[in-house]
Design a protein around this ligand. Structure first.
Ligand code: LLP
Length: 428
């Protein structure tokens, strides 16, 4: 639930705004973001890390959710920003986000994207391969600058999460592998390359991680590598970026670690590993996406059709689906729905909320408890603030929903709903 969610007279309120009224005014499907929830988590992250490890920066992974207002909020809260391509970079720069606090990621950034990033002056580019190293060196050389980079390392640690979002294991398209000491050997090439400065090492072991034990393992691998680089090449690595990955509760059964536990685990591991390997404590970075914004999000839909298949299930079809939330079809993700106009009533039915798309797998929620639905009800689905809007599509010619931020009883549209004209705007 968003932090400010409450029930008044059977209606769901978020940010002091009546979700039923908002849905009727703005139309559905509609993405709602609780601004206080986002800001509180950003502040919690910064405090959780800096109170334990002063030299920490929190880098928001904008692939989770990004529009101009979100970029402004991240900037105002003092976080850095992870962009995974030229599009996210352009959005951030348009809002005046300081380039030196932007980190660019991606396993195959195009030469064009690299040029955009380097000429904008982004703070760090996380390199993923030797080919990219050469590209960056050439472009930075042409522009007459030195680009600070991190090397992305795959530390060979298996995080316990869905295999599609597990990224730190050995067979991965990301980063420099630790196998046969490949990454260590590549450091030598990086140090010999002109127009780049190796500022740090990066790893990201996966996403929606519940059990934190993989982080100290990954920290140890990374700090050991830092120690070997210092001993072998006489070069000190000054920054360590441990990526993101902290999971959130999508349902009441999910028991994720808290932001404070995450900070405690990582900072303790860094202190211990640096002492063990005799390494000076680096600047520490973490890159959370989901755990900053997922809980802030609620998607509102209107119930259009109800079908009861005796002894099978009840299908409740809404005016959205896999075009605004692909996660259920893609990962069998679970979400908890409530009927926003019956929010105070008990959840007495098990329902499957289907979308309106031409695919049998098009579902938002599969077999979850909800209040008894009627046609015209407003369904609210929680936990949709991350990887919903950013993974949305126009399948079946569906215009993307608007994004509304709510705060202190006020609602403001931060991204307007797409129109049919938008859908055709690129056609020649
Ligand atoms: N840093 C890097 C380099 C990443 O690739 C990611 C996520 C993050 C940070 C942020 O991870 P988070 O804190 O959000 O777990 N679409 C999937 C999630 C894909 C995550 C991709 N990388 C989903 O909907 O579950």
């Amino acid at each position: 639930l968003p932090l400010t969610a409450e029930v008044r007279d059977d209606h769901l309120f978020v940010g002091g705004v009546d979700m039923v009224k908002l849905a009727r005014e703005q139309g559905t499907a509609l993405y709602v973001m609780d601004e206080a929830d986002m800001r509180t988590r950003m502040e919690t992250y910064l405090h959780a890390f800096r109170s334990r490890y002063a030299n920490t920066d929190v880098v928001y992974a904008s692939k989770a959710f990004l529009n101009k207002d979100a970029a402004r909020i991240v900037n105002a809260e003092g976080l850095c920003l992870d962009v995974s391509g030229g599009g996210e970079l352009a959005c951030a720069l348009t809002t005046g986000f300081p380039a030196e606090r932007i980190f660019m990621h991606g396993n195959n950034k195009t030469p064009q994207e690299l040029r955009e990033a380097i000429s904008a002056g982004v703070g760090r580019i996380i390199i993923d391969s030797r080919i990219e190293l050469r590209r960056i060196s050439e472009i930075a050389g042409e522009l007459g600058v030195e680009q600070a980079i991190y090397m992305r390392i795959t530390p060979g640690v298996e995080a316990d999460t869905h295999q599609y979002i597990r990224t730190g294991c050995e067979d991965s398209k990301f980063g420099f592998t630790m196998r046969e000491d490949f990454a260590y050997g590549c450091v030598k090439d990086v140090l010999a390359t002109s127009h780049v400065r190796l500022a740090g090492l990066h790893c990201h072991i996966g996403s929606q991680i519940f059990s934190l034990h993989s982080y100290p393992e990954a920290v140890d691998v990374m700090v050991d590598l830092m120690a070997r680089i210092e001993a072998g090449y006489g070069y000190r690595i000054e920054e360590l970026d441990m990526g993101g990955g902290l999971g959130i509760a999508y349902t009441a059964d999910d028991q994720p670690a808290s932001i404070n536990q995450f900070a405690e685990t990582i900072t303790t591991a860094v202190h211990e590993a640096c002492a063990k390997h005799g390494v000076a404590e680096p600047r520490l970075l973490v890159e959370p996406g989901r755990s900053l914004v997922a809980n802030a999000g609620v998607t509102l839909y209107t119930v259009g059709i109800i079908k009861t298949l005796p002894n099978i299930r009840k299908y409740v079809a809404v005016d959205g689906g896999m075009s605004d939330n692909i996660r259920t079809a893609l990962y069998h993700a679970d979400y908890e729905p409530v009927i926003a106009n019956k929010a105070g009533q008990p959840r007495t039915e098990i329902v499957t909320i289907a979308g309106k798309h031409c695919e049998s797998g098009d579902a938002v929620v599969i077999d979850m408890p909800m209040q008894r639905p009627d046609v015209g009800d407003i369904v609210a689905v929680f936990g949709t603030g991350a990887y919903n809007h950013t993974m949305s599509s126009n399948y079946n010619g569906q215009p993307r929903p608007a994004v509304v931020f709510v705060k202190d009883g006020e609602a403001r549209i931060t991204t307007r709903r797409e129109t049919y004209e938008d859908l055709m705007a690129r056609d020649i």
